[in-house]
Design a protein around this ligand. Sequence first.
Ligand SMILES: [Zn+2]
Length: 313
Amino acid sequence: MNLYYKYLPQLIGQTDLSRNLKVLKELGFAGVFFPYYKPAYSNNGNKRQVYYPLEKANEYARQTGLKFGVYVACFQSSRLWAKENFSPPVNHTGTSYIPDGHYFPVCPNNPMGMDNFYRIVERLAKLSPCDFYLFEYLRFPFNWQKEDLDVQYHLPKFCYCPFCVTEFSSVMGEVVSYASQIMDYLAEWLDWRSNVITNLIGIAHEALAKKGRLIISVPPLALIDLPFTTGQIPGSITDMGCFLSPKLYHPSKPNNLPWIEDILDQYRLEINLNKLFPAMHVRSQDEIDQCLQLGDKYQLAGALLTIIPPAMN
Ligand SMILES: [Zn+2]
């Protein structure tokens, strides 16, 4: 299995990109994933941030013999939240989402979020081809880092914003606005949500699949809970020809190999594992070796690693 490095400019500090890429090549990485967005925050202790334009980074990676991927947050944006007329996602009790940490979710039915998504796809389509396009947060809001991963609720937590209920009502041909009403139409509501997400993935696929491979990021939930919680249907994503990238880390599961294997075993029942391209956090060479062993054991397409310092120092 090939390992790919998720490049986080804020973790690297002021070093020369082409030198970093050579180090990654020497360490055995097959490629590098670069952020679409310049990091939104600028103060990072005494390390000065650097950001290279995507085209330049792509060129350097190729010169170094590395594959090049770009990763982009779709419906997650503190920039959109900062806009005056932004309307946040709403939960089933009618309460607006309150940002917690770095997660600023945007409803996929929010016109501002949709415009942003179309702009991202359009721009990526104009740039030189990348080997991979990793779409993160291409789903309904779910703060997976802060949530219990054992999904026990009867309605998805988000989103019940005016855009969602209006759109759903027009599909149903009657006004459906309260959670209690939605409960009566739960199957239709879940279908409709999945259609919204599948259509958006289809738009990205249509624009980019000829240039490179699409990868859709999903939270580390049990496979059966994904459509309910996020609107993402793993089987239809891989049928479209995209890779799936479950995030195989969680604050409550540090170094938890049995947990990772449990998720992969569930996937194995429904998805061809060579369509899986998980994202993992590693802290040491031992953990990198562990990922390689997992990749060989499960025959994964690849793995995207975030190296948590101090391993990189
Ligand atoms: Zn909504």
